[in-house]
Ligand binder design. Structure first.
Ligand SMILES: N[C@@H](CCC(=O)N[C@@H](CS)C(=O)NCC(=O)O)C(=O)O
Length: 212
């Protein structure tokens, strides 16, 4: 199992957490998103993933991008905790909340979006931070409200789910960009608890070999 990875990529971070939770050994191949103008744009990597984004997972004959799909694949093909329940109404709740984070919050704060804001609109560092905070705050305000009545010790009840796997990398990003987490007590408390788990700790950006 090979994961094309980058220590600070939240999408790759999700997959690292899922692999660790399921106890699947893997080899991380770092793709430095900054160095050399971004190694994701190299010809070799673009041949592997024409989207020029990490992560990509290679499992024998199977090559997959899209972190949520990769995690579905792991759920369906490997033992260990099921991160999206296979049936029942919880299945759709988990998917919707995970997508709130991975589809509505994350992409608009992606590196290539910020690079375009820089190149085309010449935004400075202060406005870049405002942009990041604005979209994270918008998403977290809604998520906090949605989690309050349904949460257990984790986002959905008492088992770690795909929502938790998406939450922790997004909270890492929020802290990186100075979001005030005191406005989100449920998110903050759950993320703190998840960060005590070994699978989450081993996946943390600062614990990756390519961390700088
Ligand atoms: N929807 C994709 C998003 C992948 C993605 O946006 N990856 C980011 C890192 S978190 C990336 O490679 N960015 C490189 C760039 O913006 O040039 C997934 O969930 O896997």
């Amino acid at each position: 199992m090979i994961l094309y990875d980058y220590w600070r990529s939240s999408a790759a971070y999700r997959v690292r957490i899922a692999l660790n939770l399921k106890g699947i050994p893997y080899q991380s191949v770092p793709v430095n998103l900054i160095k050399e103008g971004g190694q994701q744009h190299s010809a070799d990597y673009a041949a592997l993933n024409p989207n020029e984004l990490v992560p990509v997972l290679v499992d024998g004959e199977v090559t997959l991008n899209q972190s949520l799909t990769i995690i579905d694949y792991l759920d369906e093909h490997y033992a260990g905790p099921q991160l999206t329940p296979s049936e029942g109404k919880q299945r759709y709740l988990v998917k919707a909340l995970a997508q709130d984070i991975a589809i509505d919050i994350h992409p608009i704060n992606n590196l290539r979006v910020i690079q375009q804001l820089n190149h085309r609109f010449d935004i400075d560092e202060r406005n870049k931070v405002h942009w990041m905070q604005h979209w994270i705050n918008t998403g977290f305000a809604a998520l906090e409200q949605k989690l309050a009545p349904i949460r257990g010790i984790y986002c959905v009840g008492y088992e770690v789910s795909l929502v938790d796997v998406c939450l922790v990398p997004q909270v890492y990003n929020a802290l990186r960009f100075g979001v005030d987490m005191s406005a989100y007590p449920n998110i903050d408390e759950i993320a703190g608890r998840l960060n005590e788990l070994d699978a989450f700790q081993r996946a943390a950006p600062d614990n990756q070999n390519d961390a700088t």
